[in-house]
Design a protein around this ligand. Structure first.
Ligand code: ADP
Length: 336
């Protein structure tokens, strides 16, 4: 057996539904780059464009630019196409075939009880068949690579549990083909947005990884800090203040000292100065990232090549899996 195939297979992915933000970086991408750099895993990273259609079916003109942006964000953040197979889901049709086959064996109530299905049907009015079947496609995305592990936040554990349940049902009916994918639980904090709520594309409270100095300045200056600290001499609550939370990550040098000043109501530093330091911190922290991102976006042919190469590698493993799947299900295959 070759050394490569002894490694555990890891599948990760995100929807290309807009520019990546600091929350996506802290909650997912930073960890993926670290996992890649351990060299312990054979990594597949999927840009899940079919999934993006569940809510974005009526804005497909944005899909292609978002895929380029996402690929540029990934690579600029340190995912290396030579080490991690980065590809677009819809380029590997085997995901769709496996989704179809799994859809025959998954009872509808398993899907209806998924918390995000209930929430989003109510809040976003999503009621399509594709939206209900989303967890089946997600399962196919994982097991088509016979993935051993999936890096997830605690909030996504229920999705993986459903994938494991589907795998068990497949094995019960047709025999063993896949590893039961395990969660590699990422320790991360939910990063607040500029308004103090969870940072999210949908809330418009995000700082994108690709934001330049002017946007960073504008967004940070408008950030919520601590509503109980009106005067410099009021005692602040730095552990709850988004500006301070960001500073511990992007401008850590003096943060603890400043947090102590803030909590004590010491008037040598106020929120405005704190924000100015954060702006400098963020601009510097992502300077190399932005340069690499711009360079990639200026050369879409380079991105095309990475994604084409990634799709070829992904397709190879996915098609091997489908041979096993069709055989297990006993699909008709004429003698050649
Ligand atoms: P959004 O809420 O902006 O649409 P997604 O739901 O597409 O983000 O999330 C993509 C990934 O980024 C997931 O792994 C998710 O856990 C992570 N993520 C999103 N927002 C945050 C956040 N504010 N803090 C930490 N991780 C986040």
């Amino acid at each position: 057996m070759s050394k490569k195939s002894e490694k555990k297979v890891l599948l990760s992915g995100m929807q290309p539904s807009g520019a990546l933000h600091l929350g996506n970086y802290e909650g997912a991408l930073r960890n993926w780059v670290e996992l890649q750099n351990t060299g312990d895993y054979e990594m597949f990273n999927c840009i899940v464009d079919w999934h993006a259609l569940t809510s974005g079916f009526d804005e497909t003109d944005k899909l292609v630019p978002r895929i380029y942006e996402m690929a540029a964000d990934y690579i600029a953040a340190g995912l290396d196409p030579a080490k991690t197979t980065i590809f677009v889901q819809s380029h590997v049709k085997e995901h769709a075939e496996l989704h179809l086959l799994l859809s025959m064996i998954v009872p509808i109530p398993w899907l209806e009880r998924v918390p995000s299905y209930k929430d989003k049907t109510e809040s976003l009015g999503l009621d399509s068949y594709g939206f209900l079947g989303y967890p089946i496609l997600q399962t196919a995305d994982i097991i088509i690579y016979r993935a051993d592990v999936v890096p997830v936040g605690k909030d996504q554990l229920s999705h993986l549990e459903l994938a494991r349940e589907i795998v068990r049902r497949f094995h019960f009916l047709y025999g063993e083909v896949f590893p039961e994918p395990e969660a590699l639980v990422t320790k991360f904090q939910i990063l607040p947005g500029t308004d103090g709520k969870k940072m999210s594309k949908s809330y418009g409270n995000f700082i994108a990884l690709g934001d330049g100095p002017d946007e960073i300045k504008k967004k940070v200056m408008s950030m919520f800090t601590d509503e109980t600290k009106i005067h410099k001499t009021d005692r602040g609550h730095p552990d709850k203040c988004p500006v301070n939370i960001y500073r511990t990550i992007y401008d850590p040098e003096w943060t603890q000292k400043i947090a102590d000043f803030c909590a004590a109501g010491d008037d040598s530093i106020g929120c405005v100065k704190c924000k100015k330091n954060l702006i400098r911190g963020l601009v510097d922290y992502f300077a190399d990232f932005r340069a690499r991102r711009e360079e990639l976006l200026a050369d879409p042919a380079q991105i095309d090549n990475y994604l084409k190469d990634g799709a070829e590698r992904a397709r190879q493993r996915a098609s091997e899996t489908m041979v096993l799947v069709r055989k297990a299900i006993k699909m008709y295959k004429p003698e050649m």
